[in-house]
Design a protein. Sequence first.
Length: 273
Amino acid sequence: MSFPLSPCLRSAIVTRLRAAGCVFAEDEADLLISTARTPSDLTAMVDRRVAGLPLEHVLGWAEFCGLRIAVDPGVFVPRRRTEFLIHQAVAVQDRQAPRTQVVVDLCCGSGAVGAALVAALERVELHAVDIDPAAVRCARRNVAATGGQVYGGDLYAPLPGTLRGCVDLLVASAPYVPTEAIGLLPPEARIHEPRVALDGGEDGLDVVRRLAAAAPLWLAPDGHLLVETSERQAPRTVEAFTRNGLIPRVAGSDELDATVVIGTRPTSLSLRR
């Protein structure tokens, strides 16, 4: 903020946010105040937040794994629980590998996952994909400094064929909300985020099954596929991984209410082409 703000005005902003149902009204007020460039900018931002827009869309950014990730209106907002996906990906990856590691971020949204992995790992060649054009534009902003590539298209389809059998790490924060549960989501997600980033089909696992089915064709021997899912869906996700020749295991975090299923491609896997 580059302009003076009276305590009374801050208090008024907090009151408006709290009345609109913002649980962390004081924290949100401070973020809005620190981000606004002018008094009129601040007023407009508060109005948008009170109207129900996600805080991250109003600010234009989200904090994720210690990074400030640009988040454009209409783009899926990276969740804090997804930081657990990053922690698991870093844990399975060989940070001492002598060669550059090939990382693919599918259903990349804003590109937060890929950007966080580049920051956490050494010598990464990043490729990110999303089917939503708005997400692709946003992701390109976030991964531009990493030298990574962002593609528009459906899962593996737009990836260069030269990556087949060469990917060390496949990560996906894929949609996994069952279709009938979309209506139960908070309005911030249901109204302001793209349905394609939320709706996982009848049981929430349509995209996850497609990820698992093609992963062995793209993974290098001993490469890993990691997907975010729910604790309830984890057993069926494990079945999908096993059915496609991946060796699965489940990791969870009570603190973040997060579940990740990790599948490893065995060295001797016989691929169906």
